[in-house]
Design a protein around this ligand. Structure first.
Ligand code: FE2
Ligand code: FE2
Length: 285
């Protein structure tokens, strides 16, 4: 029997909460005027994260000239994006280790796609007509598809039905096919999870509207468009997440928000792919 929206919302209510320092870090990283010192203030009260940060910056991937034992130096050496990625991969294993079986994906595929989207969204945000904090775009990109970790289990066995309804034109995109089948799609499930995890705005809004950016509240719309386009760029690198890759609509009104040429886009696809390899290498140490 196919699950209902209420079954899925019930599962979300029981998802393990993020650690208080992870929530605090995401809250700090989502604030418009934050700097590295704010990040240091969060990490230094968490012994496990402090140890992991120091281990990371002293790894082969970063290979500092001399050993770094001071947390502030370590954080400025690694940079905010690496730190936020590290904390999410350590504290939200349901995202970083998700196998995306319901999407016919592979283990780690969701995490890879989230990293790619984070990198691409950051670059796109730099070209936003309304000035955006590109680090916030990175964090939003990193979390945009968390709902897939929930919905994936409920999609198992329904791939043929979904592809069939897409091929027949009964639905416009993969998210609509999810909603038709389950009464909820991965953006709504992701929004519910973001609220359950106490994530601050703009994260819930970006998660909810990344496939329908025009519906986002005006104050978040430029950022949502940046992640919307970043998500498509991530898929265009060819490192797909599974059966849903490239089965979403691109809202061409992104041009009203992002000052980007086709050449810029091609360049960003290349940079996203090489940035991804580097980031993965540093995270795997
Ligand atoms: Fe998505
Ligand atoms: Fe995505």
């Amino acid at each position: 029997m196919v699950a209902t929206k209420n079954d899925i919302l019930k599962v979300i209510e029981d998802v393990k909460l993020l650690s208080p320092s992870a929530v605090e870090l995401l809250a700090v990283a989502s604030r418009a005027n934050h700097d590295l010192k704010d990040i240091v203030r969060v990490i230094k009260y968490d012994a496990a994260l402090t140890a992991k940060t120091l281990k990371l910056v002293n790894s082969v991937a970063f290979s500092p000239q001399s050993k770094i034992s001071d947390l502030e130096r370590a954080i400025s050496y690694a940079g905010e994006n690496v730190l936020v990625s590290l904390v999410m991969s350590e504290t939200a294993e349901m995202i970083s280790h998700c196998d995306l079986a319901g999407y016919d994906g592979h283990k780690g595929g969701l995490w890879d796609h989230n990293l790619l989207t984070a990198l691409a969204s950051k670059r796109v945000a730099e070209l936003s007509k309304e000035p955006l904090n590109s680090n916030i775009a990175f964090t939003c990109g990193l979390l945009h598809d968390i709902g897939k970790a929930i919905v994936s289990d409920f999609l198992k066995g329904s791939l043929a039905t979904i592809l069939d309804s897409l091929d027949k034109g009964e639905v416009d995109d993969y998210a609509s096919a999810e909603e038709k089948l389950l009464g909820i799609d991965h953006t709504q499930a992701g929004y519910a999870l973001a609220i359950h995890w106490n994530l601050p705005e703009p994260l819930p809004s970006v998660i909810r509207y990344h496939h329908e950016p025009a519906r986002a509240a005006e104050e978040h719309r430029s950022l949502v468009y940046a992640v919307h386009l970043g998500d498509i760029v991530a898929m265009m690198t060819g490192r797909d997440t599974g059966a849903d890759a490239m089965r979403y609509l691109l809202d061409s009104r992104y041009r009203d928000f992002i000052d980007i040429t086709d050449d810029d886009l091609a360049q960003i696809i290349l940079e996203t792919d090489s940035g991804f390899m580097k980031l993965k290498e540093s995270m795997n140490e």
